[in-house]
Design a protein around this ligand. Structure first.
Ligand code: HEM
Length: 413
């Protein structure tokens, strides 16, 4: 007996907006958007060069899910700025579409019987993984970039494994539903004859307050608002418009060092006594032994400049800054790696933090733009930008461009 006061009854869902065409448009947008999110997310993990050293790998138990990994390139120098900027900005922009899609299919989640056949049962299980996985990915992603990651368990494995579960369920769903979705959208355009509306349509709809097209414009408007208040975090000229982004708004300081930072020297626990000209010595170790260099001695070595951005894993980035310093490959040559720069293990003065140590692959060390920077935009690095010296490498995630460098070890990691 149908009980319209219960969500299990189609009569409970009164909105006249629901229907396969409304759902299909949202579904097709998500088909493209989530695929781009998944690919850029996988690239984000690959950019860590996780196979190079345990210090770079926050998801060491990934097993076969790491099958796609490759040596992250240094060209183009803005690569990670692009992929991670797209990942985070698109993720946030898609939130209204995801929520509207979930709202449009919610009657299905309550429909009885739970399973009419084995195929139907499998489809419903994939729907639960799809909805649960999707919400999980978006929630963990947003919490991560909003810097108040309060989720139990480390973000990296949760978001990484969640991505695979979600995308597998998403792929199954897309294979099952895309043909019908394309037909429905064609019908909206009137290029195909009208069909039976199907189970998403309310059998007793409430009077309409807005048209389906109006509702789609509303969702699009929500996405446009999130896009315009997020994308500015990647463009200096627009940064003030990035109202929703933790690293949006005005830059904290002006002048040559006046560009975005993630962790300040104070936050990283850097003791100024350790960074003074008297106290600080860079320790460089390699095939022929160890050398210790003061900042003054480093400044006497051949210096080079590179125009490179800071591209953070949280999705924000700066425009290219002019860094000046000693090439990493020249420092490798100082300790016996003339002409064949090997991998590099970098250690910071930082006492805590997941990225106080990082590993760089030989191709990154060999790139002539990869520097141990002493200056930026014509001025000494400020303490918050890593004074006395920091690593800067093209196309690498910000976390691998170690600040307050104390030790460089060239050779097998
Ligand atoms: C609002 C939505 C999302 C936001 C804000 C977001 C944010 C992020 C951030 C900040 C990272 C880099 C974390 C780091 O390295 O520190 C990341 C990595 C990643 N994201 Fe997302 N994400 C979102 C949605 C998604 C979705 C829907 C998928 C899958 C379909 C996905 C897949 C991944 C993967 C595979 C990684 C690499 C994880 C790792 O480095 O271990 N993300 N995401």
């Amino acid at each position: 007996m149908d009980a319209p006061h219960l969500p299990t009854s189609p009569g409970f869902w009164r909105s006249p907006l629901r229907g396969p065409r409304f759902t299909s448009v949202l579904g097709l947008v998500l088909l493209v958007g989530i695929t781009v999110l998944f690919v850029t997310g996988l690239l984000s993990y690959a950019a860590y060069n996780p196979g190079l050293s345990p210090v770079n790998d926050k998801t060491p138990d990934k097993g076969i899910l790491g099958f796609y990994l490759f040596a992250w390139p240094t060209h183009p120098h803005w690569l990670y700025r692009l992929t991670q900027g797209v990942h985070v900005t698109l993720g946030i922009t898609l939130i209204p579409v995801l929520l509207a899609k979930l709202w449009s299919v919610i009657p299905r989640l309550f429909a009885l019987p739970p399973a009419r056949s084995l195929a139907h049962a499998l489809e419903r299980i994939s729907l639960l993984l799809l909805v649960g996985g999707g919400l999980f990915e978006f929630v963990t992603g947003v919490l991560n970039v909003q810097l108040d990651y309060v989720f139990p368990g480390s973000f990296y494995p949760l978001h990484f494994y969640g991505a695979w579960v979600f995308f597998a369920a998403f792929l199954a769903h897309a294979v099952l539903k895309t043909p019908a979705a394309v037909r429905n959208v064609r019908r909206m355009r009137g290029s195909e004859p009208a069909a039976v509306e199907g189970e998403l349509v309310s059998p007793r709809p409430a009077p309409p307050t807005v048209s389906r097209r109006g509702a789609l414009w509303f969702v699009g408007g929500g996405s446009a608002l999130l896009f315009t208040t997020t994308v500015g975090q990647d463009f200096d000229g627009l940064r003030r418009t990035a109202l929703l982004a933790p690293h949006g708004g005005a830059v904290p300081v002006s002048g040559p060092n006046g560009f975005q930072i993630n962790k300040t020297a104070a936050y990283a626990g850097i003791d100024p006594a350790e960074t003074s000209a008297e106290a600080w010595r860079l320790v460089v170790t390699g095939r022929t032994g160890t050398v210790r260099l003061s900042r003054a001695q480093l400044a006497e070595l051949p210096l080079h400049s590179s125009a490179l951005p800071i591209a953070c894993v949280e999705g924000w980035s700066t425009s290219d800054q002019w860094w000046r310093g000693v090439r990493l490959r020249d420092l490798a040559a100082l300790v016996g790696h003339e002409g064949d720069p090997p991998d590099l293990f970098v250690e910071s003065l930082q006492r805590h933090g997941a990225f106080r140590r990082a590993a760089l692959r030989a191709n990154q060390v060999a790139d002539p733009r990869s520097l141990l920077a002493l200056y930026v935009n014509g001025e000494d690095l400020s303490p918050d930008h890593g004074h006395p010296a920091r690593v800067i490498v093209p196309a690498a995630p910000g976390v691998l461009n170690t600040k307050w460098v104390a030790r460089l070890t060239f050779g097998d990691l």
